[in-house]
Design a protein around this ligand. Structure first.
Ligand code: ADP
Length: 292
């Protein structure tokens, strides 16, 4: 991207706030990271799920449509069979995810049922996005569930997706989902308020970056540190996700899912977050915006 084009994007998007972005978005994908879902002891944080279900129900009452990408199969597995925590070999980890996915989705089902809402589960692999027929089926399923007021909850099919089939992290999975569903906004909930100039867990002087017009430029300006104990992708995969969606005209917000009522706080402009702006010149704008 040329300096001229970058500066014109900054000028044209400089006034876009997180509050405006949430208000303008009708179709929202919310990705929830493992660290956000887990308590300190590594088991599922049921209070978080209940509060998230309540926020989603309130967004739906405002006419918004929600798709959730939820990590946490392994966390769910450890909530169920704690004795497997030390089993590191692939077969045990995949088996643990098979057990944990049941616990995870059952917890989501209970949380949404309290609001009279149903959920539907989609477990996907990289193959599903690379195959046109599968992609079309995923898209049709998402549109149908959402049109019927059901909340799709998506996760990578960890028991099936060994390395060659794996997307590898739910940040990229949520970006692919947002693109496939023609979402208006992707929200990544992590355990930090946004992208910083350095890892805020190790550098107290790290500064939050609130608006990112160009991910490539951002990469040159920040230091990417380590991920967390349950995290798989870290900041790099969040940047990859934001870069993918921006190309399709979809902005991405990264914020802290462990903050109380975070979705409401984003909507009223009181939450700290990073807003990755959509590419204003993307193909989707020429195609006329979101469909359906
Ligand atoms: P999640 O499971 O929520 O996706 P990750 O552990 O994968 O979370 O990634 C978030 C973590 O990335 C943060 O908790 C933080 O410690 C780390 N991190 C490293 N570098 C940065 C940076 N420049 N800005 C913000 N966070 C960073």
């Amino acid at each position: 991207m040329t300096a001229h084009r970058r500066s014109s994007i900054m000028e044209s998007t400089g006034s876009i706030s997180i509050k405006d972005t949430i208000q303008a978005a009708r179709k929202i994908v919310i990705k929830i990271g493992s660290n956000t879902l887990a308590k300190q002891d590594g088991t599922i944080n049921y209070n978080f799920l209940t509060s998230m279900a309540s926020s989603c129900a309130s967004l739906m009452k405002q006419g918004k449509q929600i798709v959730i990408v939820s990590s946490g199969a392994q966390v769910g597995g450890l909530s169920t069979i704690s004795g497997w925590a030390r089993r590191k070999d692939t077969h045990y980890r995949q088996a643990l995810c098979a057990i944990g996915q049941v616990e995870l989705i059952d917890s989501w089902r209970k949380a949404f049922n309290e609001h009279g809402l149903h959920i539907g589960q989609l477990l996907l692999t990289r193959n599903d996005f690379e195959n046109d027929h599968c992609s079309l089926n995923i898209r049709n399923t998402l549109f149908t569930l959402v049109d019927e007021g059901v909340i799709p909850i998506i996760n990578e099919n960890d028991s099936v997706s060994i390395e060659e089939f794996s997307i590898g992290d739910n940040d990229n999975l949520s970006a692919l989902t947002a693109i496939l569903w023609s979402a208006d906004l992707l929200v990544l909930l992590s355990d930090i308020d946004g992208v910083y100039t350095d890892n805020p867990k190790t550098n107290p002087d790290a500064q939050i970056i609130t608006s990112v017009p160009d991910v490539q430029e951002l990469r040159k300006q920040i230091r990417i540190g380590d991920t967390n104990s349950f995290g798989t992708g870290g900041i790099e995969t969040k940047l990859q996700a934001a870069e993918k969606t921006a190309e399709f005209g979809i902005p991405t917000i990264l914020t802290n899912g462990s903050k109380k009522d975070i979705i409401t706080c984003l909507a009223d402009g009181s939450a700290q977050a990073t807003l990755f702006l959509a590419d204003q010149n993307c193909l989707r704008r020429f195609l006329g915006g979101s469909q359906a």
